[in-house]
Design a binder for this molecule. Structure first.
Ligand code: 13P
Ligand code: SF4
Length: 305
């Protein structure tokens, strides 16, 4: 069966929309109605008039789409598509952490569960995190969760002292400075660009730091011809498409592998996309009160974005 053709047919019949994150495999990004970073996907999900959203991303993203558009059926092709950051922050432990830090407001990275969102004052993504943090007075006590690398980066550039939850993205946190320095020596004419989920030591030696969309836009506008890219491989599809004359070198996650794939993002396949739309499951279902409470901090973020 040609899953791509059959999926596109069904998408039309069912008035569905395909939203895909930049870390999806090329063939999914190719046919998506919208491909973007976490912020762009949340914005699209909140305004679509489609009857069904097929979310080619991970669980917290599909959950966010459902919260922002509760009247629309949201399908996630593989329910196992989780996220190490979201998993690092169980709501019960987070509630206890909050209790240990009275007087602090909570800014949570969108990579967390709906339950953690209900415990947050405002949400941010890597695309707007600095702006969101800066919207609070300098002396405001803040808990930032769950990514300690992103939180540490914001602390350094804003001069804040936010309390950080101890979570990391397993895909970005594994990238090592040694491998990057080797690449920098080999490609001395290349610029190093990195996602803020990388470790501080990596970010320190980086020419440009930004969300997935910001990294893509930088490579389009910047004059260099070569880039060493410290993030997930999926974004290379868009970078190469937008700048076919430029060279992109991905930072390897270890000596034996030149790839750096998010195992959760890459669970989605064309076949699973087709099957989930055909069967209309797995579907994201959330209790009404959880959606109502989680929507408030997400909407606050969208208003500021
Ligand atoms: P952005 O989409 O905000 O760049 O975040 C990257 C990521 O790791 C998503 O899970
Ligand atoms: Fe989570 Fe990292 Fe995968 Fe993004 S890339 S979904 S943060 S594990």
């Amino acid at each position: 069966m040609n899953y791509k053709e059959e999926f596109l047919k069904l998408k039309k019949e069912k008035n569905a929309v395909l939203l895909a994150h930049y870390y999806q495999v090329d063939e999914i990004q190719e046919i998506a109605d919208y491909t973007g970073d976490s912020l762009g996907l949340a914005q699209q999900a909140s305004k679509t008039n489609a009857s069904v959203i097929v979310f080619a991303g991970v669980h917290f993203m599909a959950e966010t789409a459902k919260i922002l558009n509760p009247g629309t059926k949201v399908l996630l092709p593989d329910m196992e598509a989780g996220c190490s950051l979201a998993d690092s922050c169980p709501p019960d432990r987070f509630e206890e952490f909050k209790r240990q830090h009275p007087g602090h407001i909570v800014i949570s990275y969108i990579n967390c569960s709906a339950a953690v969102k209900t415990l947050s004052d405002i949400i941010c993504t890597s695309g707007n995190a600095v702006k969101i943090v800066e919207s609070f007075p300098k002396d405001q006590k803040i808990i930032f969760a769950p990514d300690k690398n992103l939180g540490g980066y914001i602390n350094r550039i804003t001069g804040r002292n936010m309390v950080l939850w101890d979570g990391t993205c397993e895909v970005h946190d594994i990238l090592q400075t040694e491998a990057i320095i080797k690449l920098k020596i080999k490609h001395s004419d290349a610029k190093l660009i990195a996602h803020p989920e990388c470790k501080a030591q990596v970010l320190e030696i980086t020419d440009f730091i930004g969300s997935t969309t910001a990294l893509l836009n930088f490579t389009i506008k910047d004059s260099a011809k070569k880039y060493i890219v410290a993030t997930e491989t999926g974004i290379l599809y868009q970078m190469r498409k937008a700048s076919p004359d430029k060279e992109f070198i991905i930072v390897p996650s270890d000596e034996t592998c030149s790839c750096n794939d998010c195992p959760y993002m890459k669970l989605n396949t064309m076949q699973k996309l087709y099957l989930c739309l055909k069967n209309e499951r797995p579907e994201i279902i959330l209790p009404q009160d959880v959606m109502d409470r989680a929507r408030k901090p997400i909407n606050k973020m969208l208003e500021l974005s």
